[in-house]
Design a protein around this ligand. Structure first.
Ligand code: 5GP
Length: 225
């Protein structure tokens, strides 16, 4: 997997970019095929940065530290929580996953668009902090198909598959809170729908005029309610 545009874009001069980037949050059950769709999406869209998450999960064959994830120990992860280094984090199937705060805020402030690929609890935390973020929820065509995909990956044991399937059912119940829902019936189809969302959100009339607040502002807003 290539490094999804990340370093190249962060090296750009801020003045060459629009003042405030857009935050895209891609979510949906594990095994729904988000990864495959996003790999294709990043090939076609070089101006959006992928936020590389931190996780305590062990790397799967072919996964690379610093490309797919930053693979860290439980202790390291808990330290980043303590030091408030994560924009959001969640425990998923007995592992921690989290979004690096400094990286995302810096990229947005430089005017880059950033894409997070995270599970639903994390997505909801981001929606609270960044009310203008653009959320896309991917659904499986049906649950049997999803279970087949999870088993097909041969990376999870039976207990983990069962746990993931229970989580999926809970996640699907909340699918209506996201701005867009795309059914991943077929990669090409889902990819073109994601592209349509991105193109729509990037139309000049949809560009935000500095509407993003910083995380602190979002927190004090929330405190005022
Ligand atoms: P996997 O183990 O299959 O790579 O990921 C399991 C789930 O964790 C997926 O739904 C994925 O989207 C989610 N995930 C990956 N990174 C993050 C993150 O930084 N934060 C949260 N909340 N979820 C994440």
């Amino acid at each position: 997997m290539e490094s999804k545009n990340t370093e190249k874009l962060l090296d750009q001069k801020p003045e060459k970019m629009p003042p405030v980037g857009k935050l895209f949050v891609i979510t949906g059950p594990s095994g729904v095929g988000k990864g495959t769709i996003l790999e294709r999406f990043f090939e076609d869209n070089k101006n959006i940065i992928y936020s590389i998450s931190q996780t305590t999960r062990k790397p799967r064959p072919g996964e690379v530290h610093g490309v797919n994830y930053f693979f860290v120990s439980k202790e390291e992860f808990e330290k980043s929580i303590e030091n408030d280094e994560l924009l959001e984090w969640a425990k998923y199937s007995d592992n921690y996953y989290g979004t690096k705060k400094a990286f995302v805020l810096k990229a947005l402030q430089k005017g880059a668009d950033v894409l997070l690929e995270i599970e639903t609890k994390g997505a909801q935390k981001i929606m609270e902090k960044f009310p203008d973020c653009i959320t896309v929820f991917f659904t499986p065509p049906n649950l049997d198909e999803l279970e087949k995909r999870l088993r097909g990956r041969k990376t999870e044991d039976e207990a983990s598959i069962k746990k993931r399937m229970d989580t999926v059912k809970e996640e699907l119940e909340l699918s209506t809170i996201y701005k867009y829902t795309i059914e991943n019936d077929e990669v090409e189809n889902a990819l073109s729908k994601l592209q349509a969302v991105y193109d729509y959100e990037k139309r000049p009339e949809n560009e935000m005029q500095g509407e993003y607040c910083t995380e602190n502002e979002a927190e004090s807003e929330a405190g005022r309610e």
